[in-house]
Design a protein around this ligand. Sequence first.
Ligand SMILES: NC(=O)c1ccc[n+]([C@@H]2O[C@H](COP(=O)([O-])OP(=O)(O)OC[C@H]3O[C@@H](n4cnc5c(N)ncnc54)[C@H](O)[C@@H]3O)[C@@H](O)[C@H]2O)c1
Ligand SMILES: N[C@@H](CCO)C(=O)O
Ligand code: NA
Length: 431
Amino acid sequence: MSDSLKVALLGCGTVGGAVLRLLSEQSEDLTARIGRRVEVAGVAVRRPDRHPEVPAELLTTDAEELVTRPDVDLVVEVIGGIEPARTLLLAAIGAGKSVVSANKALLAEDGVALHAAAAEAGVDLYYEAAVAGAIPLLRPLRESLAGDQLRRVVGIVNGTTNYILSRMVETGAGFGEALAEATDAGFAEADPTADVDGFDAAAKAAILASLAFHSPVTAADVHREGISAVSATDVARAAEIGCTVKLLAICERVAGSDGADDSVAVRVHPAMIPTTHPLAAVGGAFNAVFVEAEAAGELMFYGQGAGGQPTASAVLGDLVAVARNRVAGVAGPGTTGYAGLAVRPMADTPTRYHVSLDVADKPGVLATVAHEFAAQGVSIATVRQDGHGDAATLVIVTHRAPDAALATTVARLREMSAVRGVTSVLRVEGL
Ligand SMILES: NC(=O)c1ccc[n+]([C@@H]2O[C@H](COP(=O)([O-])OP(=O)(O)OC[C@H]3O[C@@H](n4cnc5c(N)ncnc54)[C@H](O)[C@@H]3O)[C@@H](O)[C@H]2O)c1
Ligand SMILES: N[C@@H](CCO)C(=O)O
Ligand code: NA
């Protein structure tokens, strides 16, 4: 067998450590599958003294030198964050190395530039682990579904928030209590902001939308709402209409009206979904992504979205793919932003709302409430009234309307004297 392929590993934390272990444990199989032995040329870390498990001669603190070393063929980046990861990957690509990364933040911010650099250098840039961890999703979008037209990609792509919401549904707990439990159980990080406020899911949504619609979408383009405002009341109201609450990343192609071009709407927010929807059954820290395509119809991808070993599985899958391409002397499919669809503002994006109101049960109250919806051009799908006298509750589910019209309606309802309080507002998906 000819010379081995040399891999530089950048970062040796949760994912990097698992990658290194699997590379060693599966060495024989990987060699057989690739047709060439894969050898670790070096492991860049910040503190070599913290890595007794790595042969000392492989450790370096000089990642920049490692990625451009002439003997290195492939670079695996599992450092995370924007810098120095971006500079290191661009240096690696510039030096003709193929690259595998798990870095959603970087790909969601600068995917276009990284892809352009990889295309120019004729090398691979793969990042299956960046979205939904172990679940094969990005390569199916880039390759298996490349002959189809995608309509929607809707996913639970953050395990921490799915764990928290699942506990709220199971126990009736409020957000704070469920977050504390998730932290104690090791599911939520000490600083849970990136997960709880939806930043992690928004980065993943941007990557998914870019691949699904062949259009550049960055994390900054994604409308983002986290789960910290989801209350036990929201969860109870959802149950009353046969729904559960999930944090969804939704990427959809919206048809242009009056001959205007189609656009893409990309958003992350909590939503009620019917308990019969396939995503409703996704519990705990699991991830799942539901894809709707013209010809394929509906597809569902499910599995572990995080954890060292599952994430390393996706990294190694990419490593095998780029290594095989090296052996064959080719580069795999890049991504194309050829469609260039514009990102639609959230205000214009069609959504549906569920609204619960405490009202006085007096003649004319329902009519006044209904009038506010009508005034914004929002059509009501269902209305239910519980209780009577001073403590009546109206539960309203709308049809789809521009998000701004729904938000304005809710703001007006809050100001109405007949409305004692708006007790729950959540978008509804999949009804
Ligand atoms: N942990 C998961 O479950 C998971 C899942 C999917 C994707 N990812 C992604 O994988 C990447 C790595 O995540 P992780 O959980 O392993 O993080 P981690 O914090 O456990 O590991 C990162 C490592 O990189 C090292 N590092 C930081 N700067 C460095 C530098 N300049 N040079 C060399 N090493 C440096 C850190 O010291 C640390 O050991 C991130 O992009 C993350 O978003 C992680
Ligand atoms: N923090 C992420 C890890 C995977 O990206 C999650 O909770 O899903
Ligand atoms: Na994945």
